[in-house]
Design a protein around this ligand. Structure first.
Ligand SMILES: *Cc1c(COP(=O)(O)O)cnc(C)c1O
Length: 354
């Protein structure tokens, strides 16, 4: 694929690393590529970051036809830059496209777009511990018609955002509450696709939780409202009597790449991991008796974030004295070590950018 390049004539100023936050700042350039049913994907280009124009009738604005990905570029100690398992993101993007009825992209082209864009804006990759360049590929329908059938115009875009910790307080444990009214997804719905619509469905509960002082919602399955699903932007893991338990991928849970990597790491250490249904009753019973030794969220943005407090209606338990536990700490250290290139990469997860 040939990518044209239009240099930004007014490059931005790098923010201080402690002011980064998450997703607030964007780099000098972005990648765009258009799709039409007659020409397929065409006009791959890197251009100055800025507004995009689209028809007010565009499919994405009315029918939510949008999917996205999230990955990070990490600064290595030797000054180089690398990605973590980007091939997984490209494969998942296409699975999400299939579910939402958007055109797939060639996975190699998608990766090339990311690599060339990160190289163009390499100076924006921060190096402080806990910081990275967050990469947001997304793909949406630009169909200029209110008709529902088929997608004959779409755009694939990539934007970059230098970011610090996802949660304000870094590795400090977060409080999460079980959501009992709203549901995020149902089997057969779009829960396992990484699409904007899932987030729209989650907004109300997220806002309500934030008002009550919780950092996250813990979703239950949409049918029985009995089984724990995920954090709605991150997957969850629990250490119960020495065994790590994580909700199985039933179709309504997003198959996280961090989740998959943690499972692979844990098994390589000989830790037993069960991917199964876990009911909220079982979880809170384990919390009550102390069998629940550790709980943590996993995701690209949050990495490994310990859960210090778990609430469900009037029931509320503190986990591991509201401190990060030994296994979540070990996972965090190993994963971030591989991602940043301070530890060996025995699984071949790393992809060098430069
Ligand atoms: C992206 C996402 C995750 C985490 O997936 P990773 O590949 O680990 O970043 C979990 N849940 C939802 C709903 C997500 O959108």
């Amino acid at each position: 694929m040939t990518i044209s390049f239009t240099k930004n004539p007014t490059p931005g100023k790098l923010p201080e690393s402690d002011a980064l936050g998450f997703g607030k700042y964007f780099t000098d350039h972005m990648f765009l590529m258009d799709y039409s049913d007659t020409d397929g994907w065409h006009d791959a280009r890197i251009v100055p970051f800025g507004p995009v124009s689209l028809s007010p009738a565009a499919g994405v604005l009315h029918y939510g036809a949008e999917v996205f990905e999230g990955l990070k570029a990490y600064r290595r100690p030797d000054g180089g830059v690398q990605l973590f398992r980007p091939w997984e993101n490209m494969a998942r993007l296409n699975r999400s496209c299939d579910r939402i009825g958007l055109p797939r992209i060639n996975k190699e082209d998608g990766l090339q777009a990311i690599l060339e864009l990160v190289r163009a804006d390499e100076r924006w990759v921060p190096s402080e511990p806990g910081t990275s360049l967050y990469i947001r590929p997304f793909l949406y329908s630009t169909n200029p018609t209110l008709s529902l059938h088929g997608v004959f115009a779409a755009t694939f875009a990539v934007i970059l955002s230098p970011s610090g910790n996802y949660f304000k307080n870094g590795l400090e444990p977060v409080s999460i509450m079980v959501e009992t009214e709203d549901v995020r997804a149902v089997r057969g719905g779009t829960g396992e696709a990484k699409c904007g619509g899932n987030y729209a469905a989650a907004n109300r509960a997220g806002d309500k939780a934030a008002e009550k002082g919780f950092a996250q919602v813990l979703w239950l399955d949409g049918v029985e409202r009995k089984y724990v699903e995920e954090g709605g932007g991150m997957n969850v893991m629990f250490r119960i009597n020495g065994t790590v338990v994580t909700p199985m991928l039933t179709g309504s849970i997003l198959p996280g790449i961090t989740r998959k990597s943690c499972i692979e790491l844990l098994r390589s250490w000989g830790v037993s991991v069960e991917e199964r249904l876990i009911s909220v009753d079982e979880l809170f019973e384990a919390a009550k008796t102390g069998a629940l030794e550790e709980a943590w969220c996993v995701g690209t943005a949050a990495v490994v974030s310990p859960i210090g407090e778990l609430a469900w209606g009037k029931r509320k338990y503190t986990i591991n004295d509201n401190r990060i536990g030994p296994l979540s700490q070990k996972l965090y250290d190993e994963l971030t070590g591989i991602q940043r290139g301070t530890k060996p990469d025995p699984f071949g997860w790393v992809c060098r950018v430069c």
